[in-house]
Design a protein around this ligand. Structure first.
Ligand code: PEP
Length: 257
């Protein structure tokens, strides 16, 4: 298997005002100073900040992503934001199927699949999230749940070039809890095997599979060098440039201090 370049994506969720964009400028400045992380970096602010964030990041190595999209191009869908609108605002990627959308908004695998297709239609990379709840974890159903989510949410058209899978155990998000590195290795290996069954070995061996859930500067080196982990989706710790850069710095050689 050829080496996969890691991706670290920050998901700001429903956080951030114009005044928060200073964190992006700070991150940009940190990314310019040596040593530079050997990883792709992305920030996904709320939709209201995309255009202004694109201006702050213009000409930098930090990509801009969005947090959700509507499956359709346009129309009478009050409050909806299409993938084309996100691309027009400067995004190159969009998160789909985050557990907070699946739970808060009742999003099904079929809808997540349609949103991923919308992302491709607009030329965006789809970051497709999967993950089990605490109850499913306790019941030993993690792998069954993930197989079902992947089968339902990953379109046949998905390719490693425009698709990233994010494994985010729901019980680890924002809780400070994380699976053991051995559990992460088992689950990520399983996800890659399911992706191989769905899309073929060529795509699965090149596809980035991110870990997400309470990644912080203090645990990043333990979680991000696990086999089959190709980076992270980071929530809370992406809001401050110093914390986010602390995670990115595990990909610096020599490590940044
Ligand atoms: C997330 O919700 O995508 C996430 C990973 O959150 P946190 O890092 O805060 O657990």
């Amino acid at each position: 298997m050829t080496a996969i370049r890691p991706l670290v994506a920050g998901n700001w969720k429903m956080n951030g005002l114009g005044s928060t964009l200073g964190e992006l400028a700070d991150l940009r400045a940190r990314m310019k100073a040596a040593p530079v992380p050997d990883a792709d970096v992305m920030v996904c602010p709320p939709a209201t900040l995309l255009t202004r964030a694109a201006e702050v990041l213009d000409g930098s190595d930090i990509a801009l992503g969005a947090q959700d999209c509507h499956p359709l191009v346009s129309g009478a869908h009050t409050g909806g934001i299409s993938a084309e609108m996100l691309a027009d605002a400067g995004a190159t990627a969009v998160i789909v199927g985050h557990s907070e959308r699946r739970i808060d908004h009742g999003e099904t695998d079929a809808l997540v699949n349609a949103k991923a297709l919308a992302a491709y239609r607009a030329g965006l990379t789809a970051i497709i999230c999967v993950g089990e709840t605490e109850a499913q974890h306790q019941d030993g159903k993690t792998l069954d749940v993930l197989r079902g989510q992947l089968q339902g949410s990953v379109p046949e058209e998905a390719r490693a070039a425009d698709t990233v899978i994010a494994y985010e155990p729901v019980w680890a998000i924002g809780s400070g809890l994380t699976p053991t590195p051995a559990d992460v290795a088992e689950v990520h290996g399983f996800i890659r095997s399911v992706v191989s069954q769905l899309l073929g070995e060529g795509e699965s061996s090149a596809m980035r599979i991110l870990y997400g859930g309470s990644v912080k500067p203090t645990n990043a080196s333990e979680l991000l060098f696990v086999p089959d982990v190709n980076g992270a989706l980071v929530g809370g710790a992406s809001l401050k440039a110093s914390d986010f850069y602390g995670i990115l710095s595990v990909y610096c050689d020599p490590p940044a201090t």
